[in-house]
Design a protein around this ligand. Structure first.
Ligand SMILES: [Zn+2]
Ligand SMILES: [Zn+2]
Length: 423
């Protein structure tokens, strides 16, 4: 009996792991430079946490959550996104001290019950940051800067930041009226989902993928027309900092994002190298009311998230190759000619690994020529041959695979030379 992984999940190995490792390492390194600290939250929460944060009427909560009951009958949900859990944790542990903003990042699996397609799996991983406790436009600018630099460092080019403001509660309320008035004459042409959204969560109509709805919405009034002076000034302040940072931005008045918790600034980073409609690399925005809604203090926050596997697929599609680590570091393959030499072998392995030299050995005995060939294709820089002659004379035969020179050193009194050669 051969089993397959469940629908919407996949296994990653080989080259994919190298991409994933590169993306995660680059992100972690940058988060450190920008002074964000890691937070780890559970993979599941009480269902209410997501229903409340993401929104009862959102696509995610209504259709895409992995919800189940535990043995005590409590409703739990595998996390469909990262922000709700972080906010729940910050409030639960009262992490909002005097030193605000709290700058956090997270990485891990998320789960959404969607129709699986390329770049959209039921289990996928995200890495994201949350800056909790600042209502300054400088905070928005920093988050955007970090997102933009991250993709730059991953090798993406022709990046453009799309940014919009969905306003404060006051101007959003005014906009809802304007939008509802505009939609009224089209009610018979809207899909059932959109009709249902009107009045409850009217902004969500912009998420609709139905062609007739999209056509109607194309000419809908923009929220920028309803922004109050304060919200306009806020957006302008962000633009001014982005200019200093040389970040190319575009005020995309049609931009909305699929979570209920967003307030004010929202943004997406787009690469013009991607031709499909789904050209956003990652995005985020402000969620100034979420802390309070979760029973915490009124603290303004902002954040972003990026999909790891999606980023990997885009890197492959765009032909972004991973930086070649092979030439930078030595990688040594010890070819042991017989299990009789295991003790000798492990002495050398111990010495090399202690000195942080990447090395491995053949655990199964094959022939020398094949082993050397294999080491070459795997990107090893050196092989060390351990045979009868080496062991009885306390020698190391070291072959440099870049130029095929070979030399013998004494294992007893030339250890420093060995390191010099391999480092
Ligand atoms: Zn406003
Ligand atoms: Zn619709």
């Amino acid at each position: 009996m051969i089993y397959n992984s469940p629908r919407g999940t996949t296994d990653y190995y080989g080259k994919d792991i190298k991409y994933i490792e590169f993306i995660l390492n680059t992100a972690r390194e940058m988060f450190k430079i920008y002074n964000y600290e890691e937070i780890v939250t559970p993979h599941f929460e009480y269902t209410e946490v997501f229903a409340r944060a993401v929104g009862e009427n959102s696509e995610i909560v209504q259709k895409e959550m992995f919800t189940f009951q535990d043995k005590k009958g409590r409703s739990l949900t595998l996390r469909p996104e990262g922000t709700a859990s972080v906010v729940r944790a910050v409030i639960e542990h009262k992490l909002f001290g005097e030193n605000l903003p709290l700058k956090l990042f997270y990485a891990g699996s998320m789960f959404r019950y969607e129709r699986p397609q390329k770049g959209r799996m039921r289990e996928f991983s995200q890495i994201g940051v949350e800056a909790i406790g600042s209502d300054s436009p400088a905070m928005d600018a920093e988050i955007i800067w970090l997102l933009n630099s991250l993709f730059k460092n991953l090798g993406f080019k022709n990046l453009k930041l799309h940014i919009n403001s969905i306003g404060c509660p006051q101007c959003r309320k005014e906009y809802m009226n304007v939008l509802e008035k505009y939609l009224k004459p089209y009610e018979k042409d809207l899909c059932a989902d959109c009709l249902n959204r009107i009045g409850k969560n009217t902004l969500r109509v912009f998420d609709c993928k139905v062609e007739t709805c999209r056509k109607i919405l194309k000419n809908a009034p923009k929220i920028s027309g309803s922004l109050c002076e304060k919200c306009k000034k806020y957006l302008q302040d962000i633009f001014d900092i982005l200019k200093v940072l040389d970040i190319e931005y575009f005020h995309n008045e049609n931009l909305v994002r699929g979570f209920d918790y967003y307030t004010g600034t929202i943004f997406e980073i787009i690469s013009s190298d991607i031709e499909s409609a789904q050209n956003a690399l990652g995005g985020g925005g402000r969620y100034d009311d979420l802390m309070e809604e979760f029973g915490g203090p009124k603290i303004s926050s902002t954040g972003f998230a990026i999909g790891i596997e999606r980023t990997m697929l885009l890197m492959k599609d765009l032909g972004i190759i991973l930086p070649n680590f092979k030439n930078k570091t030595s990688k040594v393959y010890l070819i042991n000619m017989s299990s009789r030499f295991n003790e000798y072998l492990f002495g050398i392995l111990k010495f090399l690994r202690h000195n942080k030299i990447i090395c491995d050995t053949n655990f199964n005995m094959k022939n020398l020529g094949k082993e050397i060939k294999w080491a070459q294709t795997e990107g090893y820089s050196h092989v060390i041959i351990i045979g009868e002659n080496e062991v009885s004379n306390n020698l190391l035969t070291i072959k440099d695979l870049n130029n095929f020179t070979q030399m013998q050193l004494s294992w007893l009194n030339e250890k420093a030379k060995v390191l010099d050669l391999l480092k």
